[in-house]
Design a protein around this ligand. Structure first.
Ligand SMILES: NC(=O)c1ccc[n+]([C@@H]2O[C@H](COP(=O)([O-])OP(=O)(O)OC[C@H]3O[C@@H](n4cnc5c(N)ncnc54)[C@H](O)[C@@H]3O)[C@@H](O)[C@H]2O)c1
Length: 364
């Protein structure tokens, strides 16, 4: 498939998302045009991306400084890394007309995005996602942020990019475990709103970076995220809306927090969370046992776990869910499945029901 363009229409403005092999050209061309117009351009990468994708990095290095984060992975989303990035922007004399290019996974996208949102009260941002997770999820929609000691993504801002370029050729160097983690988010989209996407992923089997259907699958996810974000940019809808994108994430975030960040990749925790959300939905009488089995099989077919690798205490997981920033007044809110391909937000779900879902997938 050649490169295609989707448009995200947020209340704060519209922007293109280029998808497919060669999409990198669109980002490099836009950055070069900004540079020709006199803007300063600073590119942010992780140590891993600098090592894995030297040719892509070189295209942006030709336009301005490249800032390499000190840490790699989740710990790079810190206040210290943000401060270092602000200083790098000031040191490079990036002005109000400047441009930040986030070349990397969701970590670099969230960190560089927050720096772009806050430096000089906001400069332009181009997202060049290099992981599948970042392509289908984090690079689109404008959420940026860092972690605090007390939890993930507790400080941040909404800052939509000017352009997103999801070049699937950049996935060639991504470790298979990271690619699989991205597939958890793809399955999430299918389960929450597109049964035919779910079926397409099921029939494709385990996806590799060069699978011919991958660009089309990314496009469907981006389209769905664009639609949800277009209707509820700041997640203010009382029911449904952007919160639906959290399917599997209330369980997943709790697993990450209790197991210790790094024990499970985010996508792996989400894969287990999807299976748990399916079990909860079955216990609430919304879907059938065979639907749960189908969710478990779809998760496992991508090489993802559908249950905890080692037991975690259900009490600790429930406590972590109560602290989730989406909890309201201490009440845990879940995204449940009304069918495979249709989700809804639900409050008022008793702790016992959540506990049963946890126990069914490896908690103790
Ligand atoms: N803003 C949002 O809406 C949103 C949505 C979902 C997730 N997120 C955030 O995304 C983050 C996770 O992102 P991630 O899964 O992309 O992890 P990541 O950014 O840590 O990348 C994973 C690893 O792969 C390396 N890497 C990246 N691209 C590579 C490539 N092409 N080849 C070789 N190595 C490469 C990175 O250096 C890193 O070590 C989390 O912090 C999560 O909170 C944000």
């Amino acid at each position: 498939m050649a490169c295609v363009v989707e448009t995200v229409r947020a209340a704060s403005g519209a922007y293109p998302v280029h998808i497919g092999p060669g999409a990198l050209d669109a980002a490099a061309d836009a950055a070069a045009a900004a540079r020709r117009a006199g803007a300063g351009v600073l590119t942010v990468v992780s140590p891993g991306v600098r090592a894995a994708l030297p040719a892509a990095v070189a295209r942006f290095a030709a336009l301005g400084p490249v800032h390499v984060t000190a840490a790699d992975g989740e710990t790079a989303k810190s206040a210290a890394e943000l401060a270092a990035l602000w200083e790098a922007l000031a040191g490079a004399k990036i002005g109000r007309d400047g441009l930040v290019v986030a070349l990397g996974g969701g970590v670099v996208g969230d960190l560089a995005g927050f720096a772009a949102a806050s430096y000089l009260r906001g400069v332009a941002l181009i997202q060049v996602p290099t992981t599948l997770l970042a392509m289908v999820d984090s690079s689109v929609g404008g959420k940026t942020g860092i972690n605090l000691a007390r939890g993930k993504n507790l400080a941040g801002a909404f800052h939509q990019p000017a352009l997103v370029a999801a070049d699937t050729a950049l996935l060639a160097t991504l470790p298979p475990r990271e690619l699989a983690a991205g597939m958890a988010e793809v399955l999430k989209y299918g389960l929450l709103g597109d049964a035919s996407l779910l079926a397409e992923v099921e029939s494709a089997g385990r996806l590799s970076w060069d699978h011919p259907t991958l660009p089309g699958i990314i496009r469907r996810c981006v389209r769905m995220k664009a639609e949800v974000v277009g209707n509820d940019e700041r997640e203010t809808a009382a029911e449904g809306g952007r919160a639906l994108l959290n399917l599997g994430h209330t369980f997943g975030h709790a697993i990450e927090a209790v197991a210790g960040y790094g024990a499970y990749l985010h996508g792996e925790a989400v894969g287990i969370g999807l299976a748990m959300a399916a079990a909860l939905s079955r216990d609430l009488g919304l879907i059938a046992e065979r639907d749960v089995a189908r969710v478990v099989a779809a998760v496992e077919a991508q090489g993802l776990p559908s249950r905890l690798r080692a037991p975690l205490a259900a009490d600790a997981l429930v406590a972590a869910m109560r602290q989730d920033k989406k909890a309201r007044g201490g009440e845990i809110r879940f995204v449940v499945l009304e069918a495979l391909g249709r989700a809804a937000t639900r409050g008022g779900i008793g702790e016992d029901a959540a506990r049963r879902a946890l126990l069914a997938h490896g908690a103790a």
